[in-house]
Design a protein around this ligand. Structure first.
Ligand SMILES: Nc1c(NC[C@H](O)[C@H](O)[C@H](O)CO)[nH]c(=O)[nH]c1=O
Ligand SMILES: CC(=O)[C@@H](O)COP(=O)(O)O
Length: 155
């Protein structure tokens, strides 16, 4: 019989860190609210959640890395909103935050969840921050819970 890891078990002892960027705060505050809602709904008490605000998405990876390396957190949830402007700055920020968040997870072994919107417009971002396309912050927190449980199951 095959063995399947159980990702549904929620351990109330887990601690979670959230890194959220101030840039495009109208959007990112909604992502944060979604993430906090998801954690709360899954039984994670407020005192088990640490939130770090950073200036922009570019600063997310270094902060996630520092938090992951404390060993205090079952997962680090990264939230941001990079919205395309007139220049190639968008590509630079997206590239840095995407590869940086991925690297933190691989380097530390702590699930580092990518809840960073990369959109062509503010409207697209708001749609994904509690609007008609859901709340990617909420989804990111559910992924964090699943990964925390999966990592604990694997040992
Ligand atoms: N344009 C966006 C930024 N840019 C700022 C950078 O992330 C960074 O804070 C700055 O270059 C200093 O290092 N950040 C976002 O989160 N979203 C953007 O759309
Ligand atoms: C993502 C960002 O890059 C944006 O705020 C920068 O806009 P611009 O390319 O018009 O300077």
């Amino acid at each position: 019989m095959t063995h399947t890891y159980d990702i549904r078990r929620v351990d109330r002892g887990y601690r979670f860190a959230v890194v959220v960027s101030k840039f495009n705060e109208l959007v990112t505050r909604r992502l944060l609210e979604g993430a906090l809602d998801a954690l709360r709904q899954h039984g994670v008490e407020a005192q088990r959640i640490s939130v770090a605000w950073v200036p922009g998405a570019f600063e997310i990876p270094i902060t996630a890395s520092r938090l992951a390396r404390t060993g205090d957190f079952a997962a680090v949830i990264c939230l941001g909103a990079v919205i395309r402007g007139e220049t190639s700055h968008y590509e630079a920020v997206v590239s840095a935050v995407t590869s940086g968040v991925s690297r933190v997870g691989l380097d530390t072994g702590v699930p580092t969840i990518f809840g960073v919107l990369t959109t062509d417009s503010l409207e697209q971002a708001l749609d994904r921050a509690g609007g008609k396309a859901g709340n990617k912050g909420y989804e990111a927190a559910v992924s964090a819970l699943e990964m925390a449980n999966l990592m604990a199951s694997i040992g």
